[in-house]
Design a protein around this ligand. Structure first.
Ligand code: FAD
Length: 267
């Protein structure tokens, strides 16, 4: 809300439910975007959609050199994850355990086990009222997180998907009972998210949680050399990923865009 207010004070028009279908390129330069069938003219465009979808879907291979297209195709996506959101009934309490609990009931540690559809390894984040003293009626909440592969979840039919999500919730609650034996009776909300959820809401390819691996940065930074006026800011590699990374990269990119506009307007 605070960000919205500041943006509005600075004359920014904001639209929600606005799907960019295409970045429009005219004579090699960006000239705007097509949104829900309507073309919006712009001297410069900033995308923070996934860098691979920005280049390959929104700009299109026909507007780029084969080498740049190949470099984009070679970028690896970051992994994805599942969450189980656990709400504790109002008035109920859970004991203080820790804030972050990394745990596993697997016999051995392997990377394959960590990403398996039915992994036995997860991280619980505990939220206690005392960590949110500014909220009047803050209750207890627990979020469980585990690694997940897009391919596993994507392959499921709608019916199988519901079954696996419910099985994930059940495994998670039963894992949690090891640490809080009476927790089941205190829960009044259970909900799961998967790589499919992140893909649906953020359109990150394959539900990637942190965009792409580090080689995405080079493509992201060189985008405006290939399509003048088009910039990208978003999760590309460890330094430019996560909320802080994305914000930092946004500031760097905004500066480059201001320089570009200064040059274009001076002509
Ligand atoms: C479960 C989970 C937990 C996380 N926890 C942390 C954490 O604790 N700390 C941390 O630093 N990071 C965390 N991250 C990572 C962090 O959320 C991401 O790195 C960051 O949000 C990525 O920002 P972004 O701007 O690159 O992409 P996004 O936040 O994915 O934003 C992209 C936006 O572009 C929109 N979009 C995409 N395509 C189009 C289109 N064609 N037209 C219009 N709009 C479009 C999407 O709707 C979306 O709003 C977490 C991620 C997940 C999934």
């Amino acid at each position: 809300m605070k960000m919205r207010k500041i943006l509005q004070q600075n004359g920014v028009d904001m639209f929600s439910g606005a799907q960019v279908e295409r970045v429009v390129v005219d004579k090699g330069r960006v000239s705007g975007v097509r949104v829900n069938g309507r073309e919006i003219k712009a001297k410069t465009v900033l995308s923070n959609a996934n860098i691979k979808s920005t280049v390959l879907k929104l700009v299109g291979e026909e507007n780029l050199t084969p080498d740049f297209v190949q470099q984009t195709k070679d970028i690896r996506l970051s992994g994805s994850s599942c969450q189980v959101y656990i709400g504790i009934k109002s008035g109920e309490e859970i004991p203080f355990i820790t804030d972050l609990l990394f745990c596993s009931t697997a016999d051995h540690f392997t990377s394959e086990e960590l990403c398996d559809l039915r992994t036995k390894s997860r991280t619980f984040s505990f939220y206690y009222p005392k960590t949110r003293p500014h909220l009047k009626n803050a209750g207890f909440t627990i979020v469980s997180s585990n690694n997940a592969r897009w391919q596993d979840w994507q392959a499921l039919s709608e019916e199988e998907y519901e079954v696996e999500k419910n099985a994930l919730i059940e495994r998670t609650v039963s894992h949690l009972e090891k640490y809080i034996p009476d927790v089941r009776g205190k829960i009044d909300h259970l909900e799961a998210s998967t790589p499919r959820t992140f893909n649906f809401y953020t359109q990150q390819m394959q539900g990637a949680s942190f965009g792409t691996k580090f080689e995405g940065l080079d493509v992201s930074m060189k985008l405006s050399e290939h399509v003048p006026g088009l910039y990208h800011a978003g999760s590309v590699g460890i330094i430019m990923s996560g909320w802080l990374g994305t914000v930092n990269y946004g500031v760097i990119t905004a500066n480059k865009m201001a320089e570009y506009l200064h040059e274009v307007n001076a002509k």
